[in-house]
Design a protein around this ligand. Structure first.
Ligand code: ADP
Ligand code: MG
Length: 401
């Protein structure tokens, strides 16, 4: 994919006194009327502030949750707008509509340097259908379109894709640019050795990632429940562990093809149930008791994975090594997170993708010690699979007038 224009390619004439219509990813968790994790909101601030600094006013649109194409106040963006107002100096207004004369008027009434948050784009029936009528109507809400919603770029919706055809220039925001740089450019020509670590609950959602990464990596470390399906493929007892029976043959095939690239855990932390962390014990991978399940990689595996990470110059991590939400099954995930943090400090490029892995790194207080933590769960997976993201493709190419 050719490089995309970003807000840095826009001229002053394109921004001064103009309305920048920015698609952000404000799909954040909310309890009552309080935002409980504002990572995604904070991630959009550099773009908002850069546009303001260049004399534009900023019109923000985002989806939140799954309101099914009609207004549902449970999913209003108003609490997000209120929260944003506490994070930036600029004045932030909210309008309870998106596709209406009222919204259009509100955008024209904006003073330079101020921000307007529109209501949830998924309150509109046409959004997820990428309806042309809606895309054209959204295009009226700005003088320039900026897509900074990397986490939504794998979906061709009106606010992420359709609108970019009717509002030009259409460029990437700074967060989008950063995501594309790390996930795209770095993975195209990674400094070697290139070590990937995959985990999480299921292989099925990540087969295409495994296939896409296998030819590129020097090592592919596999943890999480995903490892159990490989154990099954090796003929090992997996007890009550989460195994995807319909993926065992595929795992066999991968092992046969991968040579020594795939590294599986040599031991496992097992227990009779997730709630029985107290009796968790480490066993060799060929000694998982039939009445117990693997909920984390074992200490030997954690050390071996950390050693592999230490040898890498590019390290990509997607998917927790165990049920990190429930100690003591967080140990393997912590060990890998620590190893990545150390590798970063030694000059390696470390990239964390995937919603739960990003949450784990955040929870351990190590996010700032990674080169890049992707804000896009599904989008980063699709990107790693080598798929083109429609919300990115629709933006203007660099060097194109
Ligand atoms: P990501 O969002 O980072 O891509 P996934 O969604 O694929 O990660 O997987 C995350 C989930 O996998 C976590 O909720 C974690 O509890 C679960 N998980 C990891 N290892 C195991 C295991 N051994 N058994 C059951 N669940 C696991
Ligand atoms: Mg997940």
């Amino acid at each position: 994919m050719s490089p995309k224009k970003t807000i840095r390619d826009l001229t002053d004439a394109e921004l001064r006194g103009k309305r920048a219509l920015v698609r952000v990813d404000f799909n954040v968790p909310i309890e009552g009327d309080r935002v409980t994790d504002d990572t995604r909101i904070r991630a959009a601030i550099p773009t908002i502030e850069a546009l303001i600094a260049r004399g534009a006013c900023v019109v923000l649109m985002s989806h939140l949750g799954r309101p099914k194409g009609k207004p549902d106040l449970k999913y209003t963006l108003e609490p997000v707008a209120l929260h944003l107002a506490t994070l930036i100096k600029a004045k932030v207004d909210f309008v309870e509509t998106t596709d209406s004369d009222e919204a259009l008027r509100a955008t024209h009434d904006l003073e330079p340097g101020t921000v307007l948050v529109l209501e949830n784009t998924r309150f509109l029936g046409g959004e997820e259908k990428n309806e042309e009528r809606l895309s054209r109507s959204l295009a009226e809400l700005g003088d320039v379109y900026v897509n900074d919603a990397f986490g939504s770029a794998h979906r061709a919706h009106s606010s992420t894709e359709g609108v970019a055809h009717f509002l030009k220039p259409a460029v990437a925001g700074l967060l989008m640019e950063l995501e594309l740089k790390y996930l795209g450019e770095t993975l195209q020509a990674p400094a070697k050795p290139f070590v990937a670590i995959l985990g999480g609950s299921k292989i099925s959602g990540k087969i295409d990632v495994i296939e896409a990464l296998l030819p590129k990596v020097d090592r592919l470390l596999i943890g999480g429940a995903m490892a159990c399906t490989f154990f099954k493929a090796m003929g090992l007892e997996t007890g009550k562990s989460l195994v995807e029976a319909d993926r065992v043959e595929m795992a066999k095939g991968l092992l046969a093809r991968a040579g020594d690239k795939i590294v599986l855990p040599e031991d496992a932390l097992v227990s009779a149930s997730l709630d029985d962390g107290a009796s968790a014990k480490a066993v060799a991978r060929d000694a998982i008791p039939p009445d117990q399940a693997m909920f984390d990689i074992g200490p030997k595996a954690a050390q071996a994975f950390a050693d592999e990470v230490a040898r890498g110059r590019t390290i990509l991590w997607n998917g927790p090594m165990g049920v990190f939400e429930k100690p003591p099954f967080d140990k393997g995930t912590r060990a890998v997170a620590d190893a990545l943090a150390t590798a970063t400090s030694h000059g390696a490029t470390t990239i964390v993708g995937g919603g739960d892995s990003a949450a784990a790194v955040e929870q351990f207080g190590l996010a700032a010690k990674m080169s890049h933590v992707s804000t896009g769960g599904g989008a980063s997976l699709e990107f790693l699979e080598g798929k083109e993201l429609p919300g990115v493709v629709a933006l203007d190419d660099r060097g194109h007038a």
